[in-house]
Design a protein around this ligand. Structure first.
Ligand SMILES: [Zn+2]
Ligand SMILES: [Zn+2]
Length: 282
């Protein structure tokens, strides 16, 4: 896999220079200091980055997300941002509907530039999809499991307190191989509800490029779902590598760029102070 940052540095035609999904050491699953993120971003030709550390509403205190949120904000407030780079103060807010009042107060306190919403698990009683072993699951069981997932995502989208919906097909990375090939027919009406509601509410859909590197072999969501979003009236798309290590920063943004162009969208969307702005692809 050739990472897109090489493409940017080589002066190719890839022009997405905004990576809006990066984890720092304030996330429990990353060890990358913020200073390394910023320096790496500059060396790869990026001009805009959003650091979006995990804050999950399921197991909020048990998972120490309360202190992670404070630490992430402190690092961003104290960062020395290199000239020519814009740091957007972001957050990846997991499972916001598990406690909407708490979600609202975290966002109020954080005064973020950019809020990604994600769904990594359904509740306290079940683990993150990352930890579930789906080998041997029947089609029927998988269909029911993903119906519960998309139903919860629809709830998040209706809650509407975020800017961009992260990695819509996240659990599919971990499903038996046949379900990683982009057949979403069992859930098409739920997915249409999700994408249509996002579009109607003027929210963004994220193209998360980590799926290319982690299990899916394609972005999350994949191109047909991105096109479906556009067909249903969506026009705001954010792009993120979901980097947890320095070598992933800016990775595979060119794949997202090709999708945007083929969907007839000549810009990528970013957010500052929770307001969208466009970065042209021309
Ligand atoms: Zn995530
Ligand atoms: Zn993430």
């Amino acid at each position: 896999m050739i990472y897109s940052y090489e493409y940017i540095v080589r002066g190719g035609t890839a022009v997405i220079t905004a990576d809006l999904h990066i984890h720092s050491a304030a996330s429990e699953d990353s060890e990358t200091p913020l200073s390394v993120i910023l320096d790496t971003a500059v060396s790869r030709g990026l001009q805009t980055v959003a650091v979006t550390d995990h804050v999950e509403l399921v197991n909020y205190r048990g998972g120490a997300y309360d202190t992670a949120a404070v630490e992430s904000r402190r690092m961003m407030a104290e960062a020395t941002v290199p000239k020519g780079l814009r740091l957007l103060r972001g957050i990846e807010l997991g499972e916001p509907c598990a406690n909407e009042a708490l979600a609202a107060s975290i966002l109020e306190e954080g005064q973020y530039d950019f809020v990604l919403a994600s769904q990594h698990r359904l509740s306290e009683e079940v683990e993150d999809y990352y930890f579930i072993d789906y080998s041997g699951w029947s089609d029927q069981a998988v269909i029911a499991e993903m119906e519960r997932y998309f139903t919860e995502v629809l709830k998040v989208v209706r809650w509407n307190g975020f800017d961009s919906l992260a990695h819509l097909t996240y659990p599919f990375r971990y499903l038996p191989p046949k379900w990683r090939e982009g057949d979403y027919r069992p859930w098409q009406s739920l997915i249409d509800d999700i994408l249509g509601t996002l579009a109607e509410n003027g929210k963004a859909l994220e193209i998360n490029t980590s799926g290319i590197r982690k299990g899916l072999g394609q972005t999350s969501p994949d191109e047909p779902l991105v096109q479906r979003f556009v067909l249903l009236g969506g026009s705001m798309i954010t792009v993120g590598s979901d980097a947890h290590r320095p070598n992933e920063i800016g990775a595979d943004l060119d794949a997202a760029e090709s999708m945007l162009r083929r969907a007839g969208i000549g810009y990528v969307t970013a957010f500052a102070h929770r307001q969208p702005f466009r970065l042209s692809l021309d």
